[in-house]
Design a protein around this ligand. Structure first.
Ligand SMILES: C[S@@+](CC[C@H](N)C(=O)[O-])C[C@H]1O[C@@H](n2cnc3c(N)ncnc32)[C@H](O)[C@@H]1O
Length: 231
């Protein structure tokens, strides 16, 4: 796991509230895909410091939040207390503590690319969804990550290591880049069907935060968002 999400978890929490990529592109774009939340049972996978969990709670959902980082889970519990269920779990091992058909909505924002083999996770997502439930996740747009591909082969899944300045100084982050075909195959092989695809949209506010970012992110994809249902 990157130091970003354990050692710098508290800096990360502050950084993502209103920054360019999370606060003004990823989060509003994923939230726009969510169905009605009031009274729904929602599972937040790779919950980080609980910015989504807090939003979901405020919309009237019952929330369970899961993350591999003990520090992130500690932040969520400090912030939201017993209003949420929160526990540490490495999602590459699936969700063995969760019961079949127990969630209306499962979200997984910006986390699946840290997992080399998503088959256990996606299989459990399908198992945990109630009939008519939805799974919504976001990840790096595969075309964007091709620019930093060590192999230069779009179709080859590979580990990419970069340094990001999300928390105000450079921190090394490694993630898996894979093709759109591979995402669709991973979902289809467990019986999840993509019913909506989005490439995200910057907020109007981004214009005043950074006009250059707004222009670039309005004309070039950066993230991709999938909404899936059980087939
Ligand atoms: C980019 S952050 C996103 C946090 C949150 N979803 C959000 O969008 O505000 C990625 C999160 O995924 C978590 N993560 C990375 N690998 C994981 C794994 N194998 N299992 C569970 N969580 C993981 C990290 O600890 C981190 O909190």
């Amino acid at each position: 796991m990157s130091k970003m999400y354990e050692q710098f978890a508290r800096d990360y929490e502050k950084a993502i509230v209103d920054n360019i990529y999370n606060g003004n592109l990823e989060r509003p774009s994923l939230i726009a895909m969510l169905p009605e939340l009031a009274g729904k049972n929602v599972l937040d996978l790779g919950c980080g410091p609980g910015v989504y969990a807090e939003y979901l709670l405020n919309q009237g959902a019952s929330v369970t939040a899961v993350d591999v980082s003990q520090e992130m889970i500690k932040i969520v519990i400090e912030k939201l207390g017993d209003k949420v269920q929160a526990y540490p779990q490495d999602l590459s091992r699936g969700l063995p503590e969760e019961k079949d058909a127990s969630y209306d909505i499962i979200i997984c924002p910006l986390t699946v690319h840290y997992i080399e083999d998503v088959s256990l996770l996606f299989g459990d997502v399908k198992r945990l969804l109630k009939q008519g439930g939805v799974f919504i996740f976001s990840t790096h747009h595969p075309v964007v990550d091709l620019e930093v591909s060590p192999s230069g082969n779009y179709f080859q899944k590979e580990l990419v290591t970069e340094e990001w300045d999300t928390v105000g100084h450079l921190v090394e982050v490694s993630f898996y880049r894979r093709s759109l075909t591979e995402w669709f195959e991973s979902l289809a092989s467990v019986g999840l069907c993509v019913t909506q695809l989005s490439e995200g949209k910057p907020t109007e506010r981004m214009k005043s935060l950074c006009a250059e970012s707004y222009k670039r992110l309005s004309t070039t994809p950066h993230f991709i968002f999938f909404k899936c249902e059980v087939r």
